[in-house]
Design a binder for this molecule. Structure first.
Ligand SMILES: [Zn+2]
Length: 379
């Protein structure tokens, strides 16, 4: 049943790994071997047909130099994703519409949508959104963990700066609607979420968010907002980021040791295939010396099942933050995805319900977003 369903994930941070020397999406990797969680062999074994490859940009300085640097970073990440698709034409294909997704999956290739997490690359010149759309962008998240020029984040220690969306953020929402790009409220503040629901002419999504009612955290969302999202036709894709599923106390000694390791080997995002075994040996030693609590597959299912009960099966999907901090004990990478289907069946959900959760709801939202687009922008 899982194999036959169209299985999509809305938040694949894997493009971050493409800068690792020697790392190729077509090779078989193991999470214990290099911390990666998504590649073509594991997508196949986990029945993951595809999803949204993310153009993620960390929020830097918001002066002119910072905006220019974010602009360049976004374009570079887009190029890396397009190069990945161009290098594997028999295995992956760019998807621009829901019909594309169905056709590509049927052909046995991986359905490859493109999304942006943090609109910072557009701060220098919001009109770049037109070019991003032309080059394949179909989902746009407003912020990351800090406030930006378009709106407030849920986790900026300085608190809200715009009381939600900034004037530039409101203009960006209108432009995304005009182009048929799905708006994503993950990471944004509750006020941004409320304003997106109010302003957007199309249903919106949360691409990787969990439930406050299961674990209260600024990065999660409350039940009343989940209900309003559903009423407006939106979809919440449930995140598997451990620190948002359960309370995980920090261990400063562990953090310090891991920071020292990163200094020795360079950031994980640049870890070469050659250096990975030595790095992982040292990392495992640190983890064994300073163990911390980790979220489990049961914790993930508690969030997912709660959100299904609140939102209804037509308004839930999966966005597990693979290669972006997601993954839990018992579901370390995408090869474990059939376990979710198994648990949903055991919980009494029908095959039809489960097909909606794995991809049907997402394709509906994309159709709705493209239906409100200006005729000149629609694909
Ligand atoms: Zn994220």
């Amino acid at each position: 049943m899982h194999e036959a369903a169209l299985v999509l994930d809305t938040h694949l941070d894997t493009p971050a790994n493409l800068a690792r020397p020697g790392w190729d999406i077509a090779d078989d990797h193991a999470h214990e071997g290099d911390l990666s969680q998504v590649d073509l062999p594991r997508m196949k074994s986990g029945g993951l047909d595809g999803g949204f490859w993310v153009i993620y940009t960390g929020q830097g300085a918001r002066d002119d130099a910072g905006k220019q640097s974010a602009r360049n970073h976004g374009l570079e990440r887009l190029v890396v994703i397009r190069e990945m698709l161009a290098s594997h034409p028999d295995a992956m294909e760019l998807a621009l519409t829901s019909d594309d997704a169905l056709r590509i999956a049927k052909s046995g290739k991986r359905v490859s949508f493109i999304s942006m997490e943090n609109a910072a690359p557009l701060a220098a010149d919001p009109s770049l959104l037109v070019a991003y759309h032309t080059l394949g962008l179909r989902m746009l998240g407003i912020t990351h963990v800090l406030n930006n020029d378009f709106g407030d984040s849920s986790t900026d220690a300085k608190g809200p700066e715009w009381s939600g969306l900034s004037p530039a953020g409101k203009a960006l929402v209108a432009e995304a609607n005009r182009l048929g790009i799905v708006l994503d409220a993950s990471h944004a503040s509750d006020a941004v979420f409320d304003q997106l629901l109010e302003l957007s002419r199309a249903p919106i999504v949360l691409s990787h968010t969990s439930a406050d009612a299961v674990f209260d955290h600024p990065r999660n969302i409350d039940d009343a907002r989940i209900r309003r999202l559903a009423e407006k036709g939106g979809v919440i894709h449930v995140n598997a980021f451990g620190g948002y599923l359960v309370s995980i106390p920090k261990r400063p000694e562990r953090e310090a040791a891991l920071n020292a390791l990163s200094e020795k080997y360079g950031p994980e995002s640049r870890l070469s295939v050659e250096a990975a075994p030595a790095y992982m040996r040292e990392r495992h030693a640190i983890e064994a010396r300073y163990p911390v609590k980790r979220a489990t597959f049961d914790d993930y299912m508690a969030h997912l099942l709660h959100i299904i009960r609140v939102a209804g099966v037509d308004h839930v999907g999966v966005g597990a933050d693979w290669d972006g901090g997601g993954g839990v004990v018992g579901m370390e990478d995408v090869s474990a995805l059939p376990l979710i289907t198994q648990r949903l069946l055991a919980a009494g959900y029908s095959e039809d319900d489960i097909r909606k959760i794995w991809g049907g709801n997402l394709l509906r939202v994309l159709r709705d977003a493209q239906a409100v687009a200006a005729p000149s922008a629609a694909d």
